[in-house]
Ligand binder design. Structure first.
Ligand code: SF4
Length: 280
Protein backbone atom coordinates (compact mmCIF):
# COMPACT_ATOMS: atom_id res chain seq x y z
CA UNK A 1 0.00 0.00 0.00
CA UNK A 2 2.85 2.36 0.85
CA UNK A 3 4.41 1.47 -2.49
CA UNK A 4 1.15 2.36 -4.17
CA UNK A 5 1.25 5.83 -2.63
CA UNK A 6 4.82 6.16 -3.96
CA UNK A 7 3.70 5.05 -7.43
CA UNK A 8 0.88 7.59 -7.54
CA UNK A 9 2.67 10.61 -6.11
CA UNK A 10 4.71 13.16 -8.07
CA UNK A 11 8.54 12.94 -8.17
CA UNK A 12 8.75 15.93 -5.77
CA UNK A 13 6.58 14.21 -3.17
CA UNK A 14 7.95 11.63 -0.75
CA UNK A 15 6.31 8.75 1.09
CA UNK A 16 7.33 7.49 4.52
CA UNK A 17 6.26 4.39 6.40
CA UNK A 18 6.12 4.26 10.20
CA UNK A 19 7.47 0.68 10.35
CA UNK A 20 9.85 -0.65 7.74
CA UNK A 21 9.44 -4.24 8.98
CA UNK A 22 5.65 -4.43 8.44
CA UNK A 23 4.88 -6.81 5.59
CA UNK A 24 1.70 -8.25 4.13
CA UNK A 25 2.01 -12.07 4.14
CA UNK A 26 -0.61 -12.28 1.40
CA UNK A 27 1.43 -10.00 -0.87
CA UNK A 28 4.46 -12.20 -0.33
CA UNK A 29 2.63 -15.29 -1.57
CA UNK A 30 3.21 -14.29 -5.17
CA UNK A 31 6.62 -13.31 -6.45
CA UNK A 32 7.35 -12.02 -9.90
CA UNK A 33 9.39 -15.01 -11.12
CA UNK A 34 6.57 -17.44 -10.27
CA UNK A 35 3.93 -15.18 -11.80
CA UNK A 36 5.91 -14.90 -15.04
CA UNK A 37 6.21 -18.68 -15.15
CA UNK A 38 2.44 -19.02 -14.71
CA UNK A 39 1.82 -16.34 -17.32
CA UNK A 40 3.87 -18.22 -19.93
CA UNK A 41 2.05 -21.49 -19.22
CA UNK A 42 -1.39 -19.89 -19.19
CA UNK A 43 -0.75 -18.15 -22.48
CA UNK A 44 0.01 -21.50 -24.06
CA UNK A 45 -3.76 -22.17 -23.86
CA UNK A 46 -4.01 -19.74 -26.80
CA UNK A 47 -6.64 -17.64 -25.01
CA UNK A 48 -6.58 -13.91 -24.51
CA UNK A 49 -5.63 -13.42 -20.86
CA UNK A 50 -5.62 -10.18 -18.85
CA UNK A 51 -3.74 -10.17 -15.53
CA UNK A 52 -5.49 -8.62 -12.52
CA UNK A 53 -3.53 -8.03 -9.34
CA UNK A 54 -5.12 -7.33 -5.99
CA UNK A 55 -3.94 -4.10 -4.42
CA UNK A 56 -2.24 -6.04 -1.58
CA UNK A 57 0.73 -6.92 -3.75
CA UNK A 58 4.24 -5.72 -4.49
CA UNK A 59 5.02 -2.99 -7.02
CA UNK A 60 6.72 -5.34 -9.49
CA UNK A 61 3.48 -7.32 -9.86
CA UNK A 62 1.50 -4.16 -10.49
CA UNK A 63 4.09 -3.23 -13.12
CA UNK A 64 3.76 -6.71 -14.65
CA UNK A 65 0.02 -6.07 -15.05
CA UNK A 66 0.59 -2.62 -16.51
CA UNK A 67 2.97 -4.09 -19.08
CA UNK A 68 0.52 -6.82 -20.10
CA UNK A 69 -2.71 -4.83 -20.58
CA UNK A 70 -3.72 -5.71 -17.05
CA UNK A 71 -4.85 -3.77 -14.05
CA UNK A 72 -5.05 -3.54 -10.28
CA UNK A 73 -8.21 -4.09 -8.23
CA UNK A 74 -9.38 -3.54 -4.67
CA UNK A 75 -11.94 -5.59 -2.78
CA UNK A 76 -14.45 -2.80 -3.55
CA UNK A 77 -14.06 -2.86 -7.30
CA UNK A 78 -12.86 -6.44 -7.96
CA UNK A 79 -16.18 -7.37 -9.55
CA UNK A 80 -16.17 -4.35 -11.87
CA UNK A 81 -12.60 -5.16 -12.87
CA UNK A 82 -13.47 -8.81 -13.59
CA UNK A 83 -16.46 -7.68 -15.65
CA UNK A 84 -14.22 -5.29 -17.56
CA UNK A 85 -11.87 -8.15 -18.44
CA UNK A 86 -14.73 -10.36 -19.60
CA UNK A 87 -16.12 -7.47 -21.69
CA UNK A 88 -12.80 -7.54 -23.59
CA UNK A 89 -13.48 -11.20 -24.43
CA UNK A 90 -10.54 -12.07 -22.25
CA UNK A 91 -9.99 -14.34 -19.27
CA UNK A 92 -8.84 -12.88 -15.95
CA UNK A 93 -5.67 -14.21 -14.38
CA UNK A 94 -6.29 -13.06 -10.80
CA UNK A 95 -3.61 -13.03 -8.09
CA UNK A 96 -2.57 -13.31 -5.31
CA UNK A 97 -5.80 -13.83 -3.27
CA UNK A 98 -7.58 -17.00 -4.34
CA UNK A 99 -10.59 -16.47 -2.09
CA UNK A 100 -11.34 -12.96 -3.28
CA UNK A 101 -11.09 -14.11 -6.91
CA UNK A 102 -13.23 -17.19 -6.29
CA UNK A 103 -15.90 -15.32 -4.31
CA UNK A 104 -16.19 -12.61 -6.95
CA UNK A 105 -16.33 -15.17 -9.76
CA UNK A 106 -19.15 -16.98 -7.91
CA UNK A 107 -21.21 -13.75 -7.84
CA UNK A 108 -20.78 -13.67 -11.63
CA UNK A 109 -22.16 -17.19 -12.05
CA UNK A 110 -18.77 -18.80 -12.69
CA UNK A 111 -18.49 -22.20 -11.03
CA UNK A 112 -15.46 -23.79 -9.35
CA UNK A 113 -15.18 -26.21 -12.28
CA UNK A 114 -14.63 -23.23 -14.56
CA UNK A 115 -11.76 -21.85 -12.48
CA UNK A 116 -8.18 -23.04 -12.66
CA UNK A 117 -6.01 -22.71 -9.58
CA UNK A 118 -2.30 -22.14 -10.20
CA UNK A 119 -0.43 -23.41 -7.15
CA UNK A 120 3.26 -22.42 -7.12
CA UNK A 121 3.90 -25.01 -4.36
CA UNK A 122 2.33 -27.99 -6.14
CA UNK A 123 4.29 -30.38 -8.32
CA UNK A 124 4.14 -28.91 -11.81
CA UNK A 125 2.01 -26.11 -10.24
CA UNK A 126 -1.08 -28.31 -10.53
CA UNK A 127 -1.09 -27.94 -14.32
CA UNK A 128 -3.82 -29.79 -16.14
CA UNK A 129 -4.24 -29.10 -19.83
CA UNK A 130 -7.95 -29.91 -19.97
CA UNK A 131 -8.86 -27.76 -16.92
CA UNK A 132 -6.72 -24.91 -18.20
CA UNK A 133 -8.35 -25.12 -21.62
CA UNK A 134 -11.87 -24.76 -20.25
CA UNK A 135 -11.04 -22.22 -17.50
CA UNK A 136 -13.01 -18.95 -17.44
CA UNK A 137 -10.87 -17.60 -14.62
CA UNK A 138 -7.28 -18.35 -13.56
CA UNK A 139 -6.60 -18.02 -9.84
CA UNK A 140 -3.47 -18.07 -7.70
CA UNK A 141 -3.02 -20.07 -4.48
CA UNK A 142 -2.63 -17.19 -2.03
CA UNK A 143 -4.64 -16.19 1.03
CA UNK A 144 -4.90 -13.71 3.87
CA UNK A 145 -3.94 -15.36 7.16
CA UNK A 146 -6.36 -13.10 9.03
CA UNK A 147 -9.48 -13.80 6.97
CA UNK A 148 -9.00 -17.53 6.47
CA UNK A 149 -9.29 -18.01 10.24
CA UNK A 150 -13.09 -17.77 9.99
CA UNK A 151 -14.97 -21.02 9.43
CA UNK A 152 -18.59 -21.93 8.62
CA UNK A 153 -19.03 -23.20 12.19
CA UNK A 154 -18.16 -19.69 13.50
CA UNK A 155 -21.10 -18.36 11.49
CA UNK A 156 -23.42 -21.07 12.80
CA UNK A 157 -22.29 -20.58 16.41
CA UNK A 158 -22.66 -16.81 16.45
CA UNK A 159 -26.18 -17.15 15.07
CA UNK A 160 -27.07 -19.60 17.83
CA UNK A 161 -25.67 -17.25 20.48
CA UNK A 162 -27.40 -14.11 19.12
CA UNK A 163 -30.79 -14.69 17.56
CA UNK A 164 -31.39 -12.24 14.72
CA UNK A 165 -27.74 -11.25 14.31
CA UNK A 166 -26.55 -10.49 10.79
CA UNK A 167 -23.20 -11.87 9.67
CA UNK A 168 -21.16 -9.66 7.36
CA UNK A 169 -17.73 -10.74 6.14
CA UNK A 170 -14.86 -9.64 3.93
CA UNK A 171 -14.50 -11.49 0.58
CA UNK A 172 -10.96 -12.60 1.53
CA UNK A 173 -12.77 -15.18 3.72
CA UNK A 174 -13.14 -18.69 2.29
CA UNK A 175 -16.21 -19.26 0.03
CA UNK A 176 -17.69 -21.63 2.63
CA UNK A 177 -17.99 -18.65 5.00
CA UNK A 178 -19.01 -16.06 2.42
CA UNK A 179 -21.74 -18.34 1.02
CA UNK A 180 -23.57 -18.72 4.34
CA UNK A 181 -23.09 -15.14 5.59
CA UNK A 182 -25.81 -12.53 5.16
CA UNK A 183 -23.55 -10.06 3.39
CA UNK A 184 -19.99 -9.91 2.06
CA UNK A 185 -18.00 -6.93 0.89
CA UNK A 186 -15.03 -4.64 1.31
CA UNK A 187 -14.27 -2.78 4.54
CA UNK A 188 -16.07 0.33 3.23
CA UNK A 189 -19.07 -1.85 2.36
CA UNK A 190 -19.07 -3.31 5.88
CA UNK A 191 -18.73 0.14 7.46
CA UNK A 192 -21.64 1.54 5.42
CA UNK A 193 -23.90 -1.45 6.05
CA UNK A 194 -23.52 -1.16 9.82
CA UNK A 195 -23.77 2.64 9.83
CA UNK A 196 -26.97 2.62 7.79
CA UNK A 197 -28.67 -0.11 9.83
CA UNK A 198 -31.43 0.60 12.35
CA UNK A 199 -30.51 1.38 15.98
CA UNK A 200 -30.58 -1.86 17.94
CA UNK A 201 -29.46 -4.00 14.99
CA UNK A 202 -27.03 -6.81 15.66
CA UNK A 203 -23.91 -7.50 13.60
CA UNK A 204 -21.16 -10.11 13.64
CA UNK A 205 -18.25 -8.94 11.49
CA UNK A 206 -15.71 -11.27 9.90
CA UNK A 207 -12.65 -9.18 9.29
CA UNK A 208 -9.55 -7.82 11.06
CA UNK A 209 -10.24 -7.19 14.76
CA UNK A 210 -9.00 -3.58 14.91
CA UNK A 211 -11.44 -2.65 12.19
CA UNK A 212 -14.28 -4.46 13.98
CA UNK A 213 -13.45 -2.59 17.20
CA UNK A 214 -13.52 0.71 15.34
CA UNK A 215 -16.97 -0.04 13.85
CA UNK A 216 -18.16 -1.09 17.31
CA UNK A 217 -16.97 2.21 18.85
CA UNK A 218 -18.57 4.25 16.05
CA UNK A 219 -21.95 2.52 16.43
CA UNK A 220 -22.73 2.52 20.16
CA UNK A 221 -26.48 2.09 19.56
CA UNK A 222 -25.97 -1.30 17.83
CA UNK A 223 -24.57 -4.64 18.88
CA UNK A 224 -21.31 -5.20 17.00
CA UNK A 225 -19.22 -8.30 17.73
CA UNK A 226 -16.36 -9.99 15.90
CA UNK A 227 -17.28 -13.23 14.16
CA UNK A 228 -14.08 -14.40 15.87
CA UNK A 229 -11.07 -12.41 17.09
CA UNK A 230 -8.52 -12.37 14.28
CA UNK A 231 -5.80 -9.74 14.21
CA UNK A 232 -3.09 -8.89 11.72
CA UNK A 233 0.27 -8.96 13.48
CA UNK A 234 1.82 -7.03 10.58
CA UNK A 235 -0.68 -4.17 10.62
CA UNK A 236 -0.31 -4.06 14.40
CA UNK A 237 3.35 -3.13 13.94
CA UNK A 238 2.21 0.29 12.73
CA UNK A 239 1.35 2.33 15.81
CA UNK A 240 0.47 5.94 16.55
CA UNK A 241 3.77 6.28 18.44
CA UNK A 242 5.71 5.22 15.35
CA UNK A 243 3.71 7.64 13.23
CA UNK A 244 4.60 10.39 15.68
CA UNK A 245 8.27 9.37 15.46
CA UNK A 246 8.15 9.81 11.69
CA UNK A 247 6.55 13.25 11.96
CA UNK A 248 9.01 14.40 14.61
CA UNK A 249 11.88 12.99 12.59
CA UNK A 250 10.79 14.99 9.57
CA UNK A 251 10.66 18.19 11.64
CA UNK A 252 14.22 17.46 12.75
CA UNK A 253 15.29 17.00 9.14
CA UNK A 254 15.57 13.19 9.31
CA UNK A 255 13.90 11.01 6.71
CA UNK A 256 13.44 7.56 8.24
CA UNK A 257 11.83 4.69 6.31
CA UNK A 258 11.37 6.50 3.02
CA UNK A 259 9.42 4.28 0.63
CA UNK A 260 11.35 3.66 -2.57
CA UNK A 261 10.02 1.91 -5.66
CA UNK A 262 12.30 0.83 -8.48
CA UNK A 263 11.99 3.43 -11.26
CA UNK A 264 11.65 0.61 -13.78
CA UNK A 265 8.34 -0.40 -12.14
CA UNK A 266 6.77 2.99 -11.55
CA UNK A 267 5.55 3.77 -15.06
CA UNK A 268 3.88 0.41 -15.72
CA UNK A 269 2.49 0.07 -12.18
CA UNK A 270 0.94 3.52 -12.56
CA UNK A 271 -0.61 2.41 -15.85
CA UNK A 272 -2.22 -0.61 -14.14
CA UNK A 273 -3.58 1.67 -11.41
CA UNK A 274 -4.79 4.22 -13.95
CA UNK A 275 -6.76 1.53 -15.79
CA UNK A 276 -8.39 0.55 -12.51
CA UNK A 277 -9.27 4.17 -11.65
CA UNK A 278 -10.85 4.64 -15.09
CA UNK A 279 -13.18 1.72 -14.40
CA UNK A 280 -14.09 3.17 -10.99
S1 SF4 B 1 -4.95 -8.38 7.05
FE1 SF4 B 1 -2.69 -8.51 7.13
S2 SF4 B 1 -2.22 -10.37 5.94
FE2 SF4 B 1 -4.34 -9.85 5.46
S3 SF4 B 1 -4.19 -8.63 3.58
FE3 SF4 B 1 -4.19 -7.18 5.32
S4 SF4 B 1 -2.00 -6.83 5.78
FE4 SF4 B 1 -2.12 -8.67 4.49
Amino acid sequence: MAEMARILCTPEQQVFHPESKARCPLAEMSVIGDVEKAWTAIQETGKKIIPVVYVNSNADLKAFCGKNEGLVCTSSNAKKVMEYVLSKNAIPFFFPDENLGRNIAHTMGITDNEMFLWDPHEANEGRNKESMRKARVFLWRGFCIVHTVFSPSDVQNIRKQNIGIKVIVHPECIPGVVDISDLAGSTSFIKNAVEKSEPGSKWAIGTEICFVNRIKAENPNKLVVPLKESGCREMAKVTLEKLLDILEGLIEGKAPYRVVVDEAHIEYARLALKRMLEIG
